[in-house]
Design a protein around this ligand. Structure first.
Ligand SMILES: [Cu+2]
Length: 151
C-alpha cells in the first residue's frame, strides 16, 4: 500500500537534508588564514594631523570579519569606503568589513581606506607607522605601514 511507503521515503529525505547540513557546518568552521601586506600611509599634509592608510588583506582560509583598526601613533582610525556617484566622490564609514574565504580585500586610493585621526607630530616620509587590525575570528594582526607614496 502506497500510504505505508510514504513515511519511509520522508525519512530518507530527512537524512539527506541532515547530511547536507553537517557539510555546511564543516565549511563554516574552517579557520581564516589572514595575511596583511603592502601597508603604506600618506604623510599628513603640513600642519594637519589627519591622513589615510592603505593595505592588502589576504585570506587563505575561511571567512573572517574586520572589526577595527588602531595605531599607538594616532588617536583614532576608521574604516572608510569611497564611492563615485554621478561624478561626485563621497566616503562612508564601515562598522565592519567581510574578508571572504580565500579572498582578498584591498585598501587603495579611490576605494577602501583607513582614515587616521590625531596622528602624532613629527612623522615624515620613510617612517614606520604601526597598525593593528582586529578580526572577529583571527584576533589582532599587526603590520607596519611606511609613510610615503604608494609603493
Ligand atoms: Cu575617509
Amino acid at each position: 500500500m502506497g500510504i505505508k511507503l510514504r513515511p519511509d521515503r520522508r525519512w530518507v529525505v530527512l537524512t539527506a537534508l541532515l547530511a547536507l547540513g553537517a557539510c555546511g557546518q564543516k565549511a563554516v568552521q574552517k579557520a581564516p588564514d589572514i595575511t596583511v601586506e603592502n601597508a603604506w600611509m600618506r604623510p599628513p599634509p603640513a600642519g594637519r594631523n589627519i591622513s589615510a592608510a592603505y593595505l592588502t588583506i589576504r585570506n587563505a582560509g575561511g571567512a573572517d570579519l574586520l572589526l577595527s583598526a588602531a595605531s599607538p601613533l594616532a588617536k583614532d582610525m576608521q574604516m572608510h569606503i569611497s564611492t563615485m556617484e554621478d561624478g561626485v566622490m563621497s566616503m562612508d564609514q564601515e562598522d565592519s568589513v567581510t574578508i571572504p574565504a580565500n579572498g582578498t580585500v584591498t585598501y587603495k586610493p579611490g576605494g577602501r581606506h583607513f582614515m587616521v585621526f590625531g596622528i602624532k607630530g613629527g612623522l615624515k616620509a620613510g617612517d614606520p607607522f604601526p597598525i593593528t587590525l582586529q578580526f572577529e575570528k583571527s584576533g589582532a594582526t599587526s603590520v607596519i605601514a611606511i609613510m610615503g607614496n604608494q609603493p
